[in-house]
Design a protein around this ligand. Sequence first.
Ligand SMILES: C[S@@+](CC[C@H](N)C(=O)[O-])C[C@H]1O[C@@H](n2cnc3c(N)ncnc32)[C@H](O)[C@@H]1O
Length: 257
Amino acid sequence: MRRMLVIGIGAGDPEHITVQAVKALNQVDVFFVVDKSPARSDTDELVRLRREICERYIDESNYRIVEIADPPRDRATPAYRSAVEDWRSRRAELWERAIAAELGEEACGAFLVWGDPSLYDSTLAVLDQILERGNVAFAHEVIPGISSVQALTARHRTPLNRVGRAVQITTGRLLADGFPKGVDEVVVMLDADCAFQRLNDEGLEIHWGAYIGMEDEILVSGPVAEVGEQIVRLRREARERKGWVMDAYLLRRGVGP
Ligand SMILES: C[S@@+](CC[C@H](N)C(=O)[O-])C[C@H]1O[C@@H](n2cnc3c(N)ncnc32)[C@H](O)[C@@H]1O
């Protein structure tokens, strides 16, 4: 039976790769790469990192790389959920066709997933959809990766939670509605607008990072009231310089004695 490995490759530092991921990489006959170009300016750098990982950790270069075009996604529509579902279905059709055409019945394929495959990534959902459709069969396995959440807390040398307290991982879009109830720690990802600026809470502390683990890494931490504007400026400047920015942050409230 075909095998498909979903391998977490860490959040940008090639040394995030685990021993388990190295072993998995060395079993792969075909790497499926989703080609997002030319729409995204970050593509070149992210593709380069994946290539570097393959060259550095795979002993024999007898694997193939198969590119799958990414269908366009309507990011402007207010019907966010149905737009994502529609996009995933179109992805499933394209991936299904590529797997059937390019992966032999006994071969091993892989998708390399940024960070960890469980976190804000659609690879597993798309593979589930392909299996549900029933046109191609494969056994699949997930190799966990260092997520940007772990990379962020490690670089700031801070724990994620306080003793016995809950943590929430959320998006900039959701944070814009207010600090979530029932938690004191929030990790925010996918935030293009620095949503922390609009929170009305004087006691908030932030640990922010952009390009964590990469050459251009920027880290800032402190009370939002003191460092918030600096983060907004650094983020804007980085984005102008590189053409793209990838950042995440931990917000902590009620800090103090
Ligand atoms: C589509 S999600 C993918 C998350 C990924 N699966 C993970 O485990 O980190 C992309 C978001 O992750 C965060 N992110 C990923 N890598 C990052 C990095 N090296 N530095 C800062 N943020 C990062 C950013 O918030 C970005 O918008």
